[in-house]
Design a protein around this ligand. Structure first.
Ligand code: CP
Ligand code: NVA
Length: 319
């Protein structure tokens, strides 16, 4: 796999997405085997929004692979305001071997990837959250034994997490349903892509405004915050509009008997999910959170091992 960046699930073939997940499983079961894979490499972590899981899993992950992380807070860089994306890319590529970035506009991660010669990893944009989807499908594979053919029902906002879940579902042959209030459906281009690409894998993407239809006979019920980071001004309005989409016991019981509940977290008990669902035996949310670590270690190894090889080549050439 020769791909320098991890910006979107759409940039890879179904085979490559499966390989990432297989590598993540291998790393999870044999962490010691990979302990020195990225020895001496530094990953910069640019955060323009808050985080618990993404920050901790990248930080711990790169250390476990023998490398270092460098946390850059929202106040530090002030991307595009204090300094242009181009200049930030050109500075960082001379000092670190990879950049993970969490930001607002998706175009910023694309620009960073265009300007920087080192790998760029999308740690969430307003449009997508591909690292989350990798951990999500790794979790489904672990719990269900197979991803192809699963009915995965995402109920709530047609947001960044929903988009990546649709893309990865199409790559892996899952039947993804997304139930949202009218006007909160996923992006039309995202729906088109997932629908078209699902055709070659046996996957599908179905959009509805009816949570009952989506939840019926599902293998997985997934939800996320009604108000994403950056939408705080809409919080009160969204709470009213999304109320009928709460994943509560009544809705969850429409799914298969052995269905699992998933949430990317942070969760808001009493809003998008009732406590007796997220805190039930069906919930795999903490396994899902842990899998961010393993999935992202696979992504870092896959992308940054080329940097290690390139660095060695340059050292040999200049000696
Ligand atoms: N799921 C997720 O990305 O969590 P954080 O926002 O805490 O990183
Ligand atoms: N949709 C949420 C995901 C948080 C991990 C947000 O963007 O805030």
């Amino acid at each position: 796999m020769v791909r320098n960046d991890f910006l979107s699930i759409r940039d890879f073939t179904p085979q490559e997405i499966r390989e990432f997940i297989e590598l993540a499983r291998l790393i999870k079961s044999n962490p010691g085997l990979f302990a020195g894979s990225l020895r001496g490499q530094t990953l910069a972590l640019i955060f323009e929004k808050p985080s618990l899981r993404t920050r901790v899993s990248f930080d711990v992950g790169i250390h476990q692979l023998g490398g270092f992380s460098l946390y850059l807070s929202p106040a530090e860089i002030n991307l595009g305001k204090r300094e242009s994306v181009y200049d930030v890319a050109k500075n960082l590529e001379r000092m670190v071997q990879g950049i993970m970035i969490r930001t607002f506009a998706h175009e910023i991660v694309e620009q960073m990837a265009e300007y920087a010669s080192i790998p760029i990893i999308n740690g969430l944009t307003d449009y997508s959250h591909p690292c989350q989807a990798m951990a999500d499908y790794l979790t489904m594979l672990e719990v269900k034994g197979e991803v192809a053919g699963l009915k995965v029902a995402f109920i709530g906002d047609g947001n960044n997490v929903a988009h990546s879940l649709m893309f990865a579902g199409a790559q892996l042959g899952a039947n993804v349903w997304v139930a949202t209030p009218p006007k909160y459906e996923p992006d039309a281009a995202a729906i088109r892509w997932a629908t078209e690409h699902g055709q070659s894998t046996g996957g599908s993407c179905t959009i509805t405004n009816d949570p009952v239809e989506a939840a019926h006979n599902a293998d997985v019920i997934y939800t996320d915050a009604w108000t994403s980071m950056g939408q705080e001004a809409e919080k009160a309005e969204r709470e009213k509009i999304f109320r009928p989409y709460q994943v509560n016991t009544e809705l969850f019981h429409l799914a298969k008997q052995d269905a699992i509940f998933m949430h990317c977290l942070p969760a808001h008990r009493g809003e998008e999910v009732a406590p007796d669902v997220i805190d039930s035996v069906h919930s795999v949310v903490f396994q899902q959170a842990e899998n961010r670590l393993h999935a992202q270690k696979a992504i870092m190894v896959e992308l940054m091992k080329h940097e290690v090889a390139e660095g060695l080549r340059m050292r040999v050439a200049s000696s």
